[in-house]
Design a protein around this ligand. Structure first.
Ligand SMILES: *Cc1c(COP(=O)(O)O)cnc(C)c1O
Length: 411
């Protein structure tokens, strides 16, 4: 058999023992077709991006039209309608007065830019504050500065922890004691801290850990009390995933900077953004040229990606996405809750279109293979098996996925 892995280096994979991967040749809706003709029902929407399902005709048409006129043009010194329109729409959708949109090419870079904005926000005001506070089980991306704000032990970056800038790890304020602790931490450290980073309501790659709106609200309140910036990383939870368009809405929280990515283009192309409130943006306005934000990814605001994102936002307006998420939440509860009594199961968690079963141990590659044999694309990691389907998944497809999880975990 042909070795598919001769030249590609796969993500999060020990290449020495890697099995031959499945080869995808086409996608449609919630189905991935493989090179051997098999069809898999997709339970995770390509790392949580394809919220409208694959190849949605409205997104495909928008891409085609943009492709003919201008696939790309630099954003340095030039602007274009797809980006201007998208920035306005994101400003309209984002909570409160979040309204200054800086486009980048991936989620990790959005987080890098948000942290850079936070540090320079203080520098431009003549204050030196460089440290970040982030939470246990947090995940904010794979680049160096992002790894430094991931959970140092529980994330997959433990190997690097002695080689990264030292940041501050906090516990989420889930009860009185941890709230007092977080408050005391910021009181003590605020003169060193540029910003606090949080994944609102659901910490994704850290194991689909969920907290309630009260906890998120407390984080925001304590940040405000100590005048520390709050960066909400909605790269996973944004665009309806938790049941509201942005997760922050459920707590009535307006962060100082909001990061979006993943679902922004409906899963078609890579695009992300850091969206700031006016008071953050204003700190960069100056007669001093060094007060400008010196950042500019080559492909930032790529017109094709912006066209896909605009088409994706159209779909949120014209199709009942949040209703679909509410229906998915019920089906996930119904379908996954019975796993709770299975041997080896520690917890079952559902929020919006996110369902996770936490296990004592997970042999991810073996489980993946079992799901694929049964016609499903499910990709367990850490200690969880989870579903984050497209919001357009059919009821029978979702029920088949949860039934497959029950069956595979029973064995
Ligand atoms: C995926 C993710 C990132 C990183 O995004 P990339 O596009 O993979 O760089 C950052 N934060 C969260 C919460 C994510 O889920």
């Amino acid at each position: 058999m042909e070795n598919l892995l001769e030249h590609v280096w796969l993500p999060y994979t020990q290449m020495k023992t890697a099995r031959q991967p499945l080869q995808a040749v086409s996608t449609l809706g919630s189905v991935i077709t493989l090179s051997d003709g098999r069809e898999l029902i997709d339970g995770i929407a390509s790392w949580w991006t394809a919220c409208h399902g694959y190849n949605h005709p409205h997104i495909v048409a928008a891409l085609r039209a943009q492709l003919e006129t201008m696939p790309h043009v630099m954003f340095g010194g030039l602007v274009h309608e797809p980006a201007l329109k998208l920035a306005k729409r994101l400003a309209d959708k984002a909570p409160g007065d979040l309204s200054k949109v800086f486009f980048v090419d991936s989620g990790s870079v959005a987080i890098e830019v948000a942290m850079k904005m936070a540090v320079q926000y203080w520098l431009n005001r003549g204050v030196s504050r460089s440290r970040m506070v982030s939470f246990r089980y947090g995940y904010h991306g794979d680049t160096m500065a992002c790894m430094a704000v991931c959970d140092p032990d529980e994330s997959m970056h433990a190997l690097f922890k002695d080689y990264l800038p030292k940041q501050i790890l906090a516990e989420l304020p889930v009860d009185e004691a941890s709230t007092a602790e977080f408050d005391a931490l910021l009181a003590r450290e605020k003169h060193n801290v540029a910003a606090v980073l949080i994944e609102p309501l659901v910490q994704g790659a850290g194991g689909m850990k969920m907290h309630d709106a009260t906890t998120l609200r407390k984080v925001a309140e304590i940040c405000r009390k100590h005048e520390v910036l709050l960066i909400a990383d909605e790269i996973f939870v944004g665009f309806g995933r938790t049941g509201t368009f942005f997760a922050c809405e459920q707590a009535g929280v307006v962060p100082d900077i909001l990061c979006v990515g993943k679902g922004l283009t409906g899963g078609a192309l890579t695009l992300a953004a850091a969206i700031a409130r006016p008071h953050v943006y204003d700190a960069f306005l100056s007669d001093d040229p060094t007060h400008a934000l010196m950042h500019g990814p080559t492909y930032m605001a790529n017109p094709l990606a912006c066209a896909a994102a605009n088409a994706s936002l159209d779909l949120f307006e014209t199709e009942p996405r949040l209703k679909q998420v509410a229906a998915i939440e019920l089906l996930l509860r119904e379908g996954l809750e019975p796993c709770r009594t299975l041997p080896g199961v520690l917890d079952v968690r559902v929020k919006g279109a996110i369902g996770a079963v936490q296990l004592e141990t997970v042999d991810a590659p073996a489980l993946r293979e079992k799901f694929a044999e049964r016609g499903f694309w499910v990709r367990p990691f850490g200690d969880i098996v989870y579903l984050t389907p497209a919001f357009t998944i059919e009821e029978r497809q979702l029920n088949a996925l949860t039934a497959a999880i029950r069956e595979v975990l029973k064995r």
